[in-house]
Design a protein around this ligand. Structure first.
Ligand SMILES: Nc1ncnc2c1ncn2[C@@H]1O[C@H](COP(=O)(O)OP(=O)(O)OP(=O)(O)O)[C@@H](O)[C@H]1O
Ligand SMILES: [Mg+2]
Length: 266
């Protein structure tokens, strides 16, 4: 059975405006699929359609089952979502925020506590359980939200079926060590048979971690392929309306981008 996250002919209109059109791709379990593209190109809207938060035309299916045939509780078991922005309207501790990811989990109290502790450890937030979430720094809050999401899909496989991590800019507030730590968590989730679909702005970390890169521009998919297929000067420069040059490090092929390298004066 096909166990992809697949999107076909997707279109989204909001407030009478076409935000996404004709988006078709499949993300696969065991792989990290990254969406890149300029601000406003529709990356978050695409994730919102896939998670059922935004209405759409076209087809979205998870593990060969159309999204609209899942009950909310079933969806919560198969995929966890980190939105680009998370607002908490009431005061919660770190532990309480992470526990939100376990609302539907059939776990004993002690297992809940262990899972929360393990998830916080994964994101380097061990020992913060009792802290007021609002008192954390931006990057600390982001890592706690990631712990919540990880808790929800702790095991990347549910029998024969993959679970999915859907992450909208999971490392946008993180320092470089924690960026790598969190991308390692995503990689590990995929290596253990889950699927990862994430949005990133860092094109170097995208090159380092992605099996598949989707490039969005103005609500459409400009490219879909492996890093080596997508990372060429013309395509990336066109995507961002900005001159960019791809370099290559000696040794194992790993493309990198230095924005200043494209400036004519250098
Ligand atoms: N509810 C809405 N009504 C009208 N336009 C909207 C609505 N939501 C989003 N948009 C517009 O849709 C476009 C895509 O927004 P989206 O949030 O998907 O971009 P993005 O690629 O995630 O950008 P960023 O990198 O800044 O997060 C933007 O131009 C945005 O202003
Ligand atoms: Mg966005």
């Amino acid at each position: 059975m096909e166990t992809n996250l697949s999107v076909s002919g997707l279109a989204v209109r909001l407030s009478g405006k076409t935000i996404l059109s004709d988006v078709t791709f499949a993300a696969r379990p065991g792989k990290v699929c990254t969406i890149v593209g300029p601000n406003g190109s529709g990356k978050s809207t695409l994730l919102k359609a896939i998670t059922g938060e935004a209405g759409y035309d076209g087809d979205v299916s998870l593990n060969a089952r159309p999204l609209d045939r899942y009950a909310p509780r079933e969806l919560a078991e198969v995929r966890a979502v980190l939105p680009q922005h998370t607002q908490l309207s009431f005061p919660l501790t770190v532990k309480e925020v992470v526990r939100l990811g376990l609302q539907n989990a059939p776990l004993q109290m002690a297992d809940v506590r262990d899972r929360i502790g393990a998830a916080l450890e994964r994101v380097d937030m061990a020992g913060f359980e009792g802290r007021a979430y609002q008192s954390l720094s931006g990057g600390e809050q982001q890592r706690v939200q990631l712990a919540r999401v990880l808790c929800q899909v702790w095991e990347p496989r549910n029998g024969d079926l993959p679970r999915w991590l859907i992450l909208d800019e999971p490392i946008s507030s993180l320092d470089i060590r924690h960026q790598v730590l969190i991308m390692d968590v995503a990689r590990d989730f995929a290596d253990r048979g889950g699927g990862v679909l994430c949005v990133l702005h860092d094109l170097n970390l995208t090159a380092m971690y992605s099996d598949q890169v989707l490039v969005m521009k103005k609500g459409r998919l400009l490219a879909d392929g492996k890093v080596e297929d997508v990372y060429n000067d013309d395509l990336i420069s066109e995507a961002f309306d900005f001159p960019l040059r791809i370099g290559a490090l000696p040794g194992p092929a790993m493309p990198f981008l230095l924005p200043q390298a494209a400036r004519k004066t250098l």
